[in-house]
Write a protein that binds this ligand. Sequence first.
Ligand SMILES: C[S@@+](CC[C@H](N)C(=O)[O-])C[C@H]1O[C@@H](n2cnc3c(N)ncnc32)[C@H](O)[C@@H]1O
Length: 209
Amino acid sequence: MRQRNVKNKKEIINNSNYIILDANKLKGSWNNVFQNNNPIYLEIGMGKGDFILENAKRYPNINFIGIEKFDSIIALAIKKIPEGINNLKLIRMDAMNIGDVFDKEIDRIYLNFSDPWPKPRHEKRRLTSSNFLNLFESVFKNNKEIMMKTDNRHLFEYSLISFNNNDYKIKEISLDLHSDNCDDNIETEYERKFSLNNNVIYYVKVEKK
Ligand SMILES: C[S@@+](CC[C@H](N)C(=O)[O-])C[C@H]1O[C@@H](n2cnc3c(N)ncnc32)[C@H](O)[C@@H]1O
């Protein structure tokens, strides 16, 4: 994602009620943060936050956590979120460290338009590599559920193989999400941009018991 530098990003992050600053101190107690036992869904690489914000509004009985690597991007997301959404928290972190922050607490992971890292030597950085799927093992609660959308055919094919190699089963799949029945689809910023360019959107939901 091309980054616009947000001047007062640190201030925005440090003063937001949505941001959790010392997230690793909460490992194992995220339900206390939300003060309920509702399921927790995590979006990795939430970008400017449209998807997770709309989900939080639409599904008040689910807790949503968005993680994002870059200060400027998460600061832009914070600026969009109105006060008073109780089922949403954000963390500025690299997904690489996810095992330090959650312990068998996550019910679903969303990967929306993740960076494709096309070069073979960067394979381990892809969020659907065995490297990351292994990391996710320790954060998932019971069922392991991942929902992925991308416009990148190579990343999609790679991910299907990786899911299969890591014992995930396909539950739903679309090779053209916007032409299929997708009434309850919530668009991300990238999705909106790509579909305006007539790019096909690929979607898959996988599960591991
Ligand atoms: C291509 S953008 C997609 C943003 C958003 N999900 C969307 O669909 O509009 C990928 C986002 O993932 C973030 N990201 C990439 N790798 C990450 C990682 N390892 N941990 C956390 N965020 C990451 C990037 O900073 C960027 O904001």
